[in-house]
Design a protein around this ligand. Structure first.
Ligand code: NAD
Ligand code: TDX
Length: 339
């Protein structure tokens, strides 16, 4: 079995590669990643030279490069993680989100059609459903919730989802889509809330919380997301969308306080800053379909997952120290100085 994984040098893609190598040692995994600011080859160091693994540095929106890789590797399954993934960056510079997230998806599907791929899986997000009000705890996103996006990021992901469904209906491409809630865990890029808070707290730097910190996210340990995708690519039904989430809703301020507590840092480090434009209030996934159809259930409780994650950042300082001393510093200054 040849599985082509795009975006495998990023957060979730790399965790998926580690999961798949462990569970299916006989599979050939082919990783395609452009190594943007968010991609790190050092993340894949433990697998780079191993049999059954290949790495290509390429842009998923570069048609010729993608066709050449498909021609050579003949993938059976394609799993597309590659994306511009940060909402705040999409508010500053939307264009690259359209190129990678929409055009890149289209190119990968054209290649899948041309080279007879048996299953194309699109890794999407709960953000395509927009947000839910804070005072309606009874409401959840189901697979039939209408797409209703807020940010350039989520709009580009929704655009991609619509293209994936179009390729199924129009060309009969065997596709599946997963829409997952917020992930956390090892190798999470430090621009995102949880790793940013851990890294800043370890340096006794201010912990920026947007607005009043009352926005709610539904957190899932990254390994549980990887297991869901593994099930969907093997057993999911063509043309279907599966929501993935673990009923673990938390307010941002409570997450930040919890991290302070784990690290023995004072809450006085917390700094409320100007809110994100168009900030979604609440995400909450109803995972009934994937549970009933494929038997998926989250395995890692948040208390355990957050502890494992914090320990990982404490034990892998070199990984994130390399990142925060590079281009990240300019990004951080631009986004947070005098905010
Ligand atoms: P990430 O930003 O950590 O990684 C993205 C990877 O894609 C990087 O390695 C980057 O180099 C690569 N990439 C970017 N543009 C590329 C291009 N044009 N060609 C090839 N490679 C390119 O993102 P992540 O958090 O791992 O997210 C992975 C996927 O999961 C994304 O599609 C995202 O929308 C989705 N998702 C993320 C979350 C989350 O909480 N992080 C939740 C739900 C869904
Ligand atoms: O410094 C910060 N302070 C803050 O209060 C940052 C970076 C974030 N926040 C808030 C904004 C959100 O309400 O924390 C929450 C989480 O923010 P992010 O980590 O940026 O994630 P989010 O915007 O929820 O999107 C994430 O989940 C869905 C991923 O980045 C997306 O790729 C995924 O689709």
């Amino acid at each position: 079995m040849n599985i082509l994984i795009t975006g495998g040098a990023g957060f979730i893609g790399s965790n998926f590669i580690f999961h798949m190598r462990k569970k299916y040692p006989d599979y050939n995994l082919i990783c395609v990643d452009l190594l943007t600011y968010a991609g790190n080859l050092s993340t894949l160091a433990s697998v780079l030279d191993k049999p059954g693994f290949k790495f290509y540095k390429a842009d998923i929106a570069d048609r010729q490069a993608v066709y050449d890789i498909f021609e050579k590797e003949k993938p059976d399954i394609v799993v597309n993680f590659a994306a511009e993934s940060h909402v705040d960056r999409s508010i500053e510079e939307p264009e690259v989100f359209l190129r990678t997230n929409i055009i890149g998806t289209e190119v990968l599907m054209d290649a899948s059609k041309k080279y007879g791929v048996k299953r194309y899986h699109q890794v999407s997000t709960d953000e395509v459903y927009g947000d839910l009000p804070l005072d309606r705890k009874d409401l959840f996103f189901t697979e039939s919730t209408p797409l209703h996006t807020s940010s350039p990021y989520s709009s580009s992901k929704a655009g991609a989802d619509l293209m994936v469904q179009a390729y199924h209906r129009t060309y009969g491409l065997n596709v599946t889509i997963s829409r997952c809630s917020n992930n956390y865990g090892p190798y999470h890029f430090p621009e995102k809330l949880i790793p940013l808070t851990i890294v800043n707290a370890l340096h006794d730097k201010p912990l920026p919380v947007y607005g009043e910190g009352i926005n709610v996210r539904d957190w899932l340990y990254v390994e549980d997301h990887c297991k869901a995708i593994d099930l969907i690519i093997h057993k999911g039904e063509a043309g279907e969308v599966y929501n993935v989430g673990g009923h673990n809703e938390m307010r941002n301020i409570d997450i930040v306080k919890l991290i302070c507590k784990h690290l023995g840092k004072p809450e006085s480090l917390i700094q409320f800053v100007t809110d994100r434009k168009g900030h979604d209030m609440r995400y909450a996934i109803d995972p009934t379909k994937i549970h009933n159809a494929l038997g998926w259930l989250p395995e890692t409780k948040f208390e355990d997952g957050i502890k494992k994650t914090i320990d990982w950042y404490l034990n892998n300082k070199q990984w994130w120290e390399e990142i925060i001393k590079g281009e990240y510093r300019n990004y951080y200054d631009k986004m947070y100085t005098n905010r």
